[in-house]
Ligand binder design. Structure first.
Ligand SMILES: Cc1[nH+]cc(COP(=O)(O)O)c(CN[C@@H](CCC(=O)O)C(=O)O)c1O
Length: 305
């Protein structure tokens, strides 16, 4: 159950958590047209910092543009509202969920008299895939659900409706005893997880899926930059499930997932079961988000509660 916090920003005002409600004829509840973001704030010791806030806010608005939804606020207003909500909730660290959606008004597929509503919620969210996941890695299965064709759903939009595909994949994986689902694209190549991007390490090369059917992950981008700065070769290249099977290491990454090693895929251990490169990247990633690496100060939007 999500842990409540005192306030949610709702169409310009901070309202008590339990009062942030919508009508059951909200268009997005019926037709799935909304956009959202997942953002994390980290405790950096003497203050806190939201990780890559401008990039997340820009993607939030880009997602809306793709869906022909006009968010009735500026990027600056949303940026300020995110920090204000964190402060109002006295959150030195935690997860931030902006959501914008077609509200109640007309019913029917065409949203014509439906206001675009916007909320920003924040709550504590620890290890996305379980406390042991970051340390020991997770077990993954290839999903029977295929990632969206790029002209069926708009996969560069973090659109609410896209996540029916993710929910079905995740439910199937968990019911079958795994921690997460690996989804293939419509051509059968590895795409991403239900809520994270994927990397593999093979013969010292770090490889990730190109920007085809996947969400353009900000953590993915960050890790590519950090890995290159650490001296690794990083390529964006399609790969198949059996290349994943014979990889030396593999990991998922995302705002919620952070960097979660994968220890097994479809009952095949990945590599030796040790993941030194993933571990080194994970260690550097947490130094970066916690403000311990000055080279990445530009990625931190600092604030104090
Ligand atoms: C499909 C998908 N792919 C990749 C990513 C990684 O993107 P980024 O966070 O920018 O690195 C996410 C984020 N998934 C968000 C929602 C998770 C959820 O269960 O809800 C997240 O990680 O916040 C996805 O949902």
């Amino acid at each position: 159950m999500v842990q409540k916090t005192p306030y949610i920003w709702f169409d310009g005002n901070l309202v008590p958590w339990d009062e942030a409600q919508v009508h059951v004829l909200t268009h997005a509840l019926h037709y799935g047209v909304g956009v959202f973001e997942g953002i994390r704030a980290y405790n950096c010791g003497d203050c806190s910092a939201v990780f890559r806030l401008p990039e997340h806010v820009r993607r939030f608005f880009d997602s809306a543009r793709i869906l022909r939804m006009t968010i009735p606020h500026s990027e600056q207003t949303i940026t300020d509202a995110i920090v204000d909500t964190l402060k109002a909730n006295n959150m030195k660290e935690g997860y931030i969920r902006p959501l914008s959606f077609f509200g109640a008004g007309a019913m029917g597929v065409l949203p014509k008299d439906n206001p675009v509503q916007t909320i920003i919620a924040t709550w504590p969210w620890g290890a996305y895939l379980g406390e042991d996941a970051l340390e020991k890695g997770i077990r993954v299965c290839t999903s029977s659900f295929t990632r969206h064709h790029v002209n069926v759903m708009m996969t560069k939009s973090k659109a609410v409706g896209n996540y029916v595909n993710s929910v079905l994949a995740k439910m199937e994986a968990v019911d079958d005893g795994y921690d997460e689902a690996l989804m293939l694209d419509t051509n059968g190549y590895v795409s991403e997880a239900s809520g994270a991007n994927i990397f593999i390490v093979r013969r010292g090369i770090i490889k990730t899926t190109p920007l085809t059917s996947i969400l353009e992950g900000i953590t993915r981008d960050s890790l590519m930059v950090v890995a290159k700065a650490m001296g690794y070769t990083v390529v964006e290249q399609q790969f198949t499930r059996d290349e994943l099977y014979v990889a030396d290491e593999a990991f998922f990454c995302g705002t919620a997932a952070e960097l979660t090693p994968i220890r097994e895929v479809d009952r095949r251990q990945i590599g030796t079961g040790e993941f030194p490169i993933s571990r080194a990247l994970q260690k550097e990633f947490f130094k970066v988000v916690q403000g311990q690496d000055p080279a990445y100060e530009g990625w931190l939007h600092r604030y104090s509660c």
